[in-house]
Design a protein around this ligand. Structure first.
Ligand code: FE2
Ligand code: FE2
Length: 437
């Protein structure tokens, strides 16, 4: 049989690098899957209530961002990887579907019982089909990522619901993925049944109006001037007469409450699907830093005698910021809350040093260093995230207007979370005074 003359003859140059291009194609898919995981698994963070689970998700998201970055770096050394950060629609559709369950536990199961195992299968497939000598650099990376993915599965296992309780959703996502034949197309494709409907095609995902803190008591804010009301008394923080042990307890409460930064920062990824990957990479780092800062308080406070069930979690910042578009959330976070926190934190650090508490000094020093980086990220990325949101005003003018808008929204959406606990039961400034003695 004679080939029709319209068939394109592959150029010799393409043919010579075919083996490289095939591996670059697979790496490209892996890169896109990892970056989509970062974009969408972050929606779990503010929807689950257990702080340990929030911390773990932040860690996995950060590690996934690292995988994506190394894949892109290696991929770009190979012919055919491509220069853009774009994600193909067929993959994006799967991840957009994964966020849809109204119950966060069901969504978590979809990510960790279907999508993460499929990613691990993809990495194993890559290792199986690549030449161990020719593609040594990718092979070494993928070997490490497999170890990470296996660890992620083990770390998440205690938080997952039993498979039978979420079997319907698992089978729904599995069916969607089978249509691709796995993330790398390494399995036989099973086309979608005609009855299959993507939930993401019928309704839009929206962030919940408040974040989930599970079994913990909540309130609007942990800051006030009233020691009978809240654990952090603003005037005491900067008063040279305040006992340094009181300041230490208050700053650990402050750090633990950075869980609100974890929750509202986590909303920005999903809302910026067209962001360059480097923006999401730095946001993932920022997110993981905040989760570590929150852990500073969460792990130290019980050692200083605080029962965490008496410490109310503040919800105001999430509740107000989620009413704003993502570029305004990011502007408030980096240009207002973070940039504005340095003078007070500096005073606090000097007072803590009186205690010769090496651990507290170390935690605060790393917190300060991280926060300096966050403000740097803000200067780097705010103009880009503004552009993604269609914002054309100069940065300074936009930040000023956003600060004003925040005040107005705070009057409507702030202060709406009543104390879960009566004053006698909750941690307050007065209780901190007693604990410090
Ligand atoms: Fe922080
Ligand atoms: Fe920060």
């Amino acid at each position: 049989m004679v080939a029709p003359t319209t068939t394109a003859t592959p150029s010799p140059a393409v043919g010579r690098l075919a083996a490289v291009q095939e591996m670059a194609r697979l790496q490209r898919l892996l890169f896109e899957v990892e970056r989509e995981f970062v974009r969408t698994a972050t929606t779990l963070i503010y929807r689950v209530g257990e702080p340990e689970l929030k911390f773990l998700l932040c860690q996995h998201v950060w590690e996934s961002a690292g995988h994506a970055r190394f894949l892109r770096e290696r991929g770009r050394e190979l012919s055919g990887f491509g220069t853009s950060d774009d994600v193909r629609d067929s993959l994006r559709r799967i991840f957009n579907e994964a966020v849809m369950p109204a119950d966060a536990t069901v969504a978590l199961a979809g990510f960790y019982r279907v999508l993460k195992p499929a990613l691990l299968a993809g990495y194993r497939h890559y290792l199986h089909v690549t030449d161990p000598l020719a593609d040594w650099p990718s092979k070494k990376l993928v070997e490490e990522f497999i170890v990470d993915e296996e660890r992620h599965a083990a770390e998440m296992a205690p938080f997952l619901p039993v498979a039978t309780s979420v079997s319907e959703w698992i089978s729904h996502l599995t069916t969607a993925l089978a249509d691709l034949g796995g993330f790398l197309g390494e399995s036989v494709r099973i086309p979608l049944p005609s009855s299959f409907t993507f939930e993401s095609a019928t309704r839009r995902y929206a962030h919940p109006p408040t974040c989930n803190r599970g079994k913990y008591p909540v309130c609007s804010s942990v800051f006030s001037l009233d020691p009978a009301e809240t654990p952090i008394v603003r005037s005491w923080l900067v008063d040279p007469q305040t006992d340094a042990r009181v300041i230490r307890l208050m700053v650990y409460v402050w750090l633990m409450m950075e869980l609100d930064a974890v929750d509202y920062l986590a909303t920005i990824f999903y809302d910026t699907p067209d962001a360059p990957f480097d923006l999401h990479h730095d946001l993932a780092r920022h997110l993981w830093d905040e989760s570590r800062h929150s852990q500073f308080g969460y792990r130290q406070l019980p050692k200083l005698g605080v029962d965490l069930m008496t410490l109310e979690h503040s919800l105001d910042l999430y509740n107000i910021l989620v009413q704003m578009p993502p570029h305004e959330r990011y502007a408030m976070m980096t240009m207002e809350f973070e940039a504005g926190s340095f003078p007070t934190k500096a005073l606090v650090m000097d007072r803590i040093r009186e205690l010769s508490d090496f651990e507290a000094d170390t935690l605060l020093a790393f917190d300060r260093n991280d926060e300096q980086n966050h403000v740097r990220y803000g200067h780097r990325w705010l103009p880009e995230i503004m552009a993604l949101g269609g914002e054309t005003r100069p940065v300074e003018e936009f930040v000023k207007a956003t600060q004003e808008k925040f005040k107005q929204l705070a009057a409507i959406h702030g202060g709406r979370t009543p104390h879960s606990l009566p004053p006698a039961q909750r941690l307050t400034g007065e209780k901190i005074l007693q604990l410090a003695k």
